[in-house]
Design a protein around this ligand. Structure first.
Ligand code: 5AD
Ligand code: SF4
Length: 472
């Protein structure tokens, strides 16, 4: 019998992509193979996100299409996972009774089992409010994850978030912060390096507070708190793993970015010269209403410390336009901070209310859409100007580039990424993704660099596919 096939559609953020990779790993461990085309898959997984706008419309649109497909092919199985499932479990069931499995963010590791159960018992919804504190199965393990680029891997160091930013749904759907044990993480990175992975990205909602929950839990149990594992130590330990050339992380919270982290970045050769430091707003009034825990000056001070401690640092950020109550004056402050911070790029978001969050209740203070649109366009201009300046300053420099593949714009070009996480397009004969090369920067745009190949430094060493193991 042909093995059953699966296809996964991810609607969300990086954390979600990581969960998708993990689900793929679990399904492969269960004997399924990836479908050549999503239209032919026996199992379709929709991994949802409630951070992105219109996530629910996209989900229900896709589910409508799949309903017709299921009438044609009754053996088709549909799984809805992720934040939106966690938040709107009943709505999903009600609007799409043809879904076989609805699972949340706390039980991704049960995807394959739940599919088995649904086959015998019919449709299942399993949403956990939070997993048991010692359930480390909850962490997506990089080893159980299939990664399209075998040279780079994401490693989740922490899940959940203990903050309460007024706009953000994450604490409600991902639960409180929980750190993966230090030694397990270092072992995981070692195992990845053994498979030829040279680049890891450490993932968490608030990586600087890594380990804080461990100390809090110990204190609650009445134990003397031994040395708490710290993010700075983790950076050093991961950076010291043989074979790991690049360590990235996302995201630190500006209020918790300590000098120890900056020192570890500066002192650890493998840690890339890139800091993603979400600003959200440059107005102290708005930052306060958002409960961000810092002022614009404090943010800029932290940034100055980071720039002083890490030579040639690229800085990127997230900014929300049109938070309820944002005035013209508040927005001007944001533009000022953006100009002063000197960002290499910024993800800009239009505020959109997430039901269940504090800001979603501030209906009377919502900013009219035409005002938001105008501010958004101005912000985009300022960000692009800043990015272009930062990129132009690199013309002439030699950059270490990891090849990602052929350029999508011009098949004669290869595309790679610098240590600062910038895309570079350069003309060259094909090289395997994961190859290290030296490229001289010859041109710059707001979102990429152009370069010329100087030399290939090291061939990619990874096996084409990371071996898939069952989670545990
Ligand atoms: N509206 C707009 N942007 C949001 N973000 C999070 N929640 C919202 C929201 N309700 C943005 C923040 C965060 C990024 C991942 O998404 O800028 O840093
Ligand atoms: Fe959301 Fe704020 Fe936590 Fe980030 S720090 S995940 S924005 S609540």
């Amino acid at each position: 019998m042909e093995p059953r096939t699966y296809a996964i559609r991810t609607f969300g953020c990086q954390m979600n992509e990581h969960d998708s990779l993990r689900i793929a790993g679990l399904l492969e461990a269960d004997g399924l193979t990836e479908a050549a085309s999503p239209d032919e898959a026996d199992v379709v997984v929709l991994n949802t996100c409630c951070i992105r706008e219109n996530a629910d419309n996209k989900l229900y649109g896709t589910l409508g299409h799949l309903k017709a497909e299921k009438q044609r092919r009754p053996s088709l199985e549909i799984v809805v996972a992720g934040c939106l499932a966690q938040k709107d479990r009943d709505v999903v069931r009600e609007r799409a009774p043809h879904v076989d499995v609805v699972l949340g963010t706390h039980n991704v590791h049960r995807a394959a089992e739940l599919l088995h159960d649904a086959r015998t018992h019919g449709p299942i919804t399993e949403i956990l409010e939070a997993a048991a504190a010692d359930d480390h199965d909850r962490f997506p393990s990089a080893l159980a994850a299939r990664h399209d680029h075998g040279y780079a891997a994401w490693v989740t160091i922490q899940i959940g978030c203990d903050n309460s930013c007024a706009f953000c749904i994450v604490p409600a759907v991902r639960g409180p912060e929980m750190s993966k044990p230090f030694d397990a993480l270092v072992d995981e990175v070692r195992a990845l390096a053994d498979q030829g992975v040279t680049e890891v990205t450490l993932l968490g909602q608030n990586v600087n507070s890594y380990g804080r929950d461990v100390a809090l839990a110990a204190r609650k149990r009445g134990e003397a708190v031994r040395v708490r594992p710290r993010f700075a130590d983790l950076l050093r330990a991961v950076g010291a793993v043989d074979g790991i050339e690049r360590v990235r992380f996302t995201s630190p919270h500006p209020k918790d970015l300590g000098t120890d982290v900056v020192e570890a970045m500066g002192a650890t050769a493998a840690v890339c010269e890139h800091l993603h430091l979400p600003l959200q707003s440059g107005s102290d009034r708005v930052l306060k209403a958002m409960h961000r825990g810092y002022t614009a000056d404090r943010y800029l001070e932290r940034l100055a410390v980071a720039r002083a401690g890490v030579a040639d640092l690229a800085v990127t950020t997230d900014i929300i336009v049109g938070f309820p109550g944002e005035t013209d004056d508040d927005f001007e402050r944001t533009l000022e901070v953006v100009a002063e911070a000197g960002y290499d790029s910024a993800y800009t978001f239009i505020y959109s209310p997430r039901p269940g969050t504090e800001a979603a209740e501030m209906v009377g203070a919502f900013v009219p859409p035409e005002v938001v649109a105008e501010r958004f366009a101005r912000l985009t201009d300022v960000v692009e100007r800043s990015a272009r300046m930062r990129h132009e300053a690199r013309v002439g420099l030699l950059e270490e580039v990891v090849v990602e593949g052929r350029s999508r714009r011009d098949p004669a070009d290869l595309t790679g990424r610098t240590r600062q996480n910038k895309l570079v397009h350069f003309a060259a004969a094909p090289m395997r993704p994961g190859t290290y090369a030296t490229v001289q920067v010859t041109g710059a745009g707001p979102h990429h660099l152009r370069g010329e190949l100087v030399e290939q430094v090291a061939a990619a060493r990874h096996r084409t596919r990371i071996a898939v193991t069952a989670a545990g």
